[in-house]
Design a protein around this ligand. Structure first.
Ligand SMILES: [Zn+2]
Length: 563
């Protein structure tokens, strides 16, 4: 989902002011920001439109145009002389010499954006080539069992349906085979990424990536430690329940369950073992109308977004879903492929959640360079906050959706919701900690490190004697490095803001009973407390401003202990 047209933002702890504000520095900063805007704004809009056209039509010429515009943007941002000027202004901002907080913030935002493009071009080329080579190996790899190639969907099918442990093991092991194919390349890629980061003055690539996103490793580990403590028991309780079902399905003892007894290769999803047809209530529902009514009812109408959007399947179109802000002037669009089921109800609530947190609701008085979401985690958080209602019986009832067997739906939906969030949170622990350790020391025994993490956080049993680069079979480690934690933090943000809405708008109501339906004060709260600051606040500042506290795992964990 593309929700941002600038790289995710920034926000280092600003140094305490050591110098008085200087009118000259403030003027220079304003001039720089204005020059940036004049040059980049038309390119941003052009890139946004090209990207939209490419995804809705699938035409090569649109993809080509998008790439060309992106190259122009990258070229402008990598300019050495411009960056030198910007760096001096960033230092002035850190010292408190820029007299205007929003301009100072704009300088920080721009600094991080340009900094990312200062990597040695020769190294960048090598990194891109290596990453492409690895991706290609992923694309052509097919798991092979008994001499027969299996498509990805067949691997998933076998892990979902087979009751034969031997077959499951063979399929699971075959699906991991790509790890051995790419492990050496991945190691070179990690070395190259680290080299590029060190050249810019960072400890390693992981540290640099976090810095560019206004995050740091120690702080993240502290947050994830808290999350670990709060989710461990609920996770183990939930796991015991579906482990019993998984064991029964494969006719093994619970203590003999192995990683291949779960329903996906990484145990990142909730196993489909509960008799629940969550799709039934949506089979005859008008998903789009439900969204229009819901958002209108909370005072955040989205009819203009719908009018510009491309919402149903067609040839050549991207099969995914995303929301994009084309011009930061309110031209916000959603691409989707709606079919009447629970997945698309949740997805549409999610994407339209992004759409209301955009230039639609961030005032024009917020300058262009900071007129966007505070951070990728805050916009994902808002989208997740709304998405969760597709599994709420109370919400469905209040929206007038008929549910045939409400008691069964409520139990199943609640279970799936909790299990998904818990399982995903444990999986994110593995991803964050493994990647951090890998970039800090790529020479260590990564095969062992991976299974140490999987055992500790996901509660799986390491297959006896297994010594294979299983981490390398996860494409995100290659293609979307140092990113997963933002989804998890988005979930924490979603819970924390939802609890603040229950507290402030619903006067302390139990968050589990709060559905937002027909309550325009929810929209008012979201606008004032979450949307309107745009990027003038970083994610830390926005979380505190919206909820009164720093981002923590408490509200998220409370969502598991209440029932
Ligand atoms: Zn999203």
């Amino acid at each position: 989902m593309r929700v941002t047209c600038l790289p995710p933002l920034i926000g280092l702890l600003l140094m305490p002011p050591t110098a008085p504000a200087s009118p000259a520095a403030t003027e220079d900063a304003k001039t720089f920001v204005a020059a940036h805007e004049a040059k980049m704004r038309p390119l941003d809009v052009k890139a946004g439109l090209a990207w939209w056209n490419a995804n809705t039509t699938g035409k090569d010429e649109d993809y080509k145009l998008k790439e060309e515009v992106q190259n122009q943007i990258d070229l402008a941002l990598s300019d050495k002389a411009t960056f030198a000027k910007l760096k001096a202004l960033k230092e002035a901002a850190d010292k408190g010499e820029i007299d205007d907080a929003v301009t100072a913030r704009g300088i920080v935002v721009l600094y991080l954006m340009y900094l990312e493009k200062q990597l040695d071009p020769e190294l960048m080329k090598q990194i891109t080539a290596k990453a492409n080579a690895v991706e290609k190996k992923f694309n052509v790899y097919r798991a092979k069992v008994d001499g027969k190639e299996l498509a990805d969907s067949q691997v998933r099918e076998a892990l979902k349906k087979s009751t034969d442990s031997k077959r499951r093991q063979a399929v699971w092991e075959a699906s991991k085979g790509v790890g051995a194919d790419v492990a050496a390349d991945l190691k070179e890629l990690v070395t190259l990424r680290n080299k590029a980061a060190v050249a810019l003055g960072f400890k390693n690539f992981h540290a640099m990536s976090l810095y560019l996103n206004e995050q740091n490793g120690e702080e993240l580990i502290k947050l994830f430690d808290e999350l670990d403590t709060l989710t461990k028991e609920p996770f183990l309780t939930a796991k015991a329940e579906f482990d019993a079902k998984l064991a029964k399905n494969s006719e093994v003892a619970v203590k003999d369950l192995m990683p291949w007894h779960y329903h996906d290769p990484f145990f990142q999803e909730s196993p489909a073992v509960f008799d629940a047809n969550l799709d039934a209530p949506f089979a005859k529902a008008d998903i789009l109308k439900l969204c229009q009514d819901f958002y209108k009812g909370i005072g955040l109408p989205i009819d203009d977004v719908i009018a510009r959007s491309d919402l149903y399947e067609k040839k050549g179109k991207s099969p995914h879903a995303f929301c994009t802000d084309i011009d930061r002037e309110g031209d916000v669009r959603v691409l989707a492929n709606i079919v009447p089921n629970e997945y698309w109800m949740g997805t549409m609530l999610h994407e339209l959640g992004h759409s209301v947190y955009s230039s639609k609701n961030i005032p024009k008085s917020v300058p262009y360079v900071v007129r966007g979401e505070a951070h990728i985690l805050t916009t994902e958080g808002v989208a997740m906050q709304f998405e969760r209602f597709s599994k709420s019986l109370k919400w469905l009832g209040e929206m007038g959706v008929k549910v045939e067997n409400p008691a069964a739906f409520a139990v199943a939906a609640e279970k799936v919701r909790k299990n998904q969030l818990l399982i995903f949170s444990r999986w994110c622990q593995v991803m964050l900690r493994f990647e951090k350790a890998m970039y800090e020391n790529p020479e260590q025994d990564l095969n062992k490190l991976w299974w140490d993490m999987v055992e500790k956080y996901q509660g799986l049993t390491r297959p006896a004697g297994r010594n294979a680069p299983d981490y390398a079979s996860k494409i995100h480690v290659v293609s979307a490095p140092v990113y997963y934690h933002n989804y998890m933090m988005g979930q924490l943000f979603a819970s924390q803001v939802h609890h603040a809405v229950a507290r402030d708008v619903y006067k302390g109501a139990d968050p589990n009973t709060v559905t937002y339906v027909n309550e325009p004060k929810v929209g008012e709260f979201m606008k004032k407390k979450v949307f309107e600051p745009g990027r003038t606040l970083d994610w830390r500042g926005l979380t505190k401003f919206a909820t009164g506290s720093d981002l923590s795992a408490k509200a998220f964990a409370a969502d598991f202990s209440s029932k």
